[in-house]
Design a protein around this ligand. Structure first.
Ligand code: AMP
Length: 290
C-alpha cells in the first residue's frame, strides 16, 4: 500500500521554488528527476532511486522544445499527462512539476548553457544544438527546484556525462546519481520513443541489445580489444535491413574519450535509426559482464 498522498502538481516556477525552500527549512533533503513524460518503468526506477536517498521527490515533466532539431519529433513526442500522474502516484512522488514553455523560456530570453568538448561527438554530431537545449533546461530546472540530489539514467550516457560536467564546472551544489538502464523482457532499453516502432521494426531493434550482448560475451571470454568488440557488434547490426547505424563507439563513460582497450569505466555506445525512429543504447562491458 502506498502511504503517501497523491503528488502535488505545480506549474509555476516561483511556486515550485517556494515549495522546495519550505521543504528544506523543515529539514528534508530533496531528490529530483527531470523527464519529458510518457513515463515508463525506466523513469520509475529513477524516482525510486531518488526516494531511497532523500526525503521528498520532485519529478519534472517538460517536453523541452530547445532540445529538438527542426526536423525532429517535438510536435509528435508522446504526451500522456493522466497516465504520467498515475505512475508518479504509484512511485510515491511528492511533487510533479509541469511548467508551460512560456514559463521556462521567458519573453526575450537570450542566455544558454553550452558545453564545448563532450557535446561535440556521438549524438552531438547528428543532433546539433541538442545538448545546448538539454543543459540550458536542466540548469533552469536545477535553479527552480533547488534539489540536493538529482538522478539521471545511464541510458542517455552522453547526457549524463554532460550533466556531470556542468554540475562540476558551474558549481551546482547537487549530488548526482547515474542509474542503470532498465530493459524490457526482450532486452530493448525502455524508451518513450519505442512506441513509434512497428512490430517488424521492434524485432529489428532487438539487434541493438543483442549487439551489445556480443560485446559482453567477448569480454566474458577474456577479450579486451575495443575495435574487435565494436566490429562484432557492427556485424550483428548489419544483418537488419531497416537498421541504419549512426555510430557505435568505445569511449570512456565520463570523458567520452575514445578507448582502445575495454577496461573499467569504458562503455560501448550505439545510436541507430530503425525506420524513422532513432534509438540509443550502451553497455559498460567490464562492469556488466562480471
Ligand atoms: P526522458 O524522459 O527520455 O528525457 O528521460 C528522463 C530520464 O530517464 C533521463 O535521465 C533518462 O536517461 C532516463 N531514462 C530513460 N530511459 C531509461 C531506461 N530505460 N532506464 C533508466 N533510465 C532511463
Amino acid at each position: 500500500m502506498n502511504a503517501k498522498p497523491a503528488p502535488i502538481v505545480i506549474s509555476s516556477p516561483p511556486e515550485m521554488r517556494d515549495w522546495s525552500r519550505a521543504r528544506r527549512l523543515s529539514g528534508g533533503r530533496i531528490g529530483f528527476v527531470p523527464t519529458m513524460g510518457a513515463l515508463h518503468d525506466g523513469h520509475l526506477s529513477l524516482f525510486r532511486s531518488a526516494a531511497s536517498r532523500t526525503d521528498a521527490v520532485v519529478v519534472s515533466i517538460f517536453v523541452n522544445p530547445a532540445q529538438f532539431g527542426p526536423r525532429e519529433d517535438f510536435l509528435h513526442y508522446p504526451r500522456n499527462p493522466q497516465s504520467d500522474l498515475d505512475q508518479c502516484r504509484s512511485a510515491a512522488v511528492d511533487v510533479v512539476f509541469v511548467p508551460a514553455v512560456e514559463a521556462m523560456y521567458l519573453s526575450g530570453h537570450s542566455v544558454v548553457v553550452d558545453e564545448t568538448a563532450l557535446s561535440q561527438g556521438l549524438c552531438g554530431t547528428s543532433r546539433p544544438g541538442h545538448f545546448r537545449g538539454v543543459l540550458t533546461v536542466v540548469a533552469k530546472l536545477f535553479n527552480i527546484v533547488q534539489p540536493d540530489l538529482a538522478v539521471f539514467g545511464r541510458k542517455d550516457a552522453q547526457q549524463a556525462a554532460l550533466i556531470q560536467r556542468m554540475v562540476h564546472d558551474l558549481h551546482f551544489p547537487i549530488e548526482l546519481v547515474i542509474a542503470p538502464i532498465l530493459r524490457d523482457a526482450d532486452g530493448l532499453a525502455m524508451s518513450s520513443r519505442n512506441r513509434y516502432l512497428s512490430d517488424g521494426e521492434r524485432r529489428q531493434a532487438l539487434a541493438i541489445p543483442e549487439a551489445l550482448r556480443c560485446v559482453a560475451e567477448y569480454v566474458r571470454k577474456g577479450g579486451t580489444d575495443a575495435e574487435t568488440a565494436c566490429n562484432l557488434a557492427r556485424k550483428r547490426l548489419s544483418r537488419e535491413p531497416d537498421l541504419r547505424l549512426d555510430y557505435l563507439v568505445c569511449v570512456n563513460a565520463e570523458t567520452l574519450a575514445p578507448a582502445a582497450l575495454l577496461t573499467r569505466g569504458v562503455m560501448v555506445a550505439v545510436a541507430a535509426w530503425v525506420g524513422h525512429t532513432r534509438l540509443i543504447d550502451n553497455i559498460l562491458p567490464i562492469e556488466e559482464s562480471s
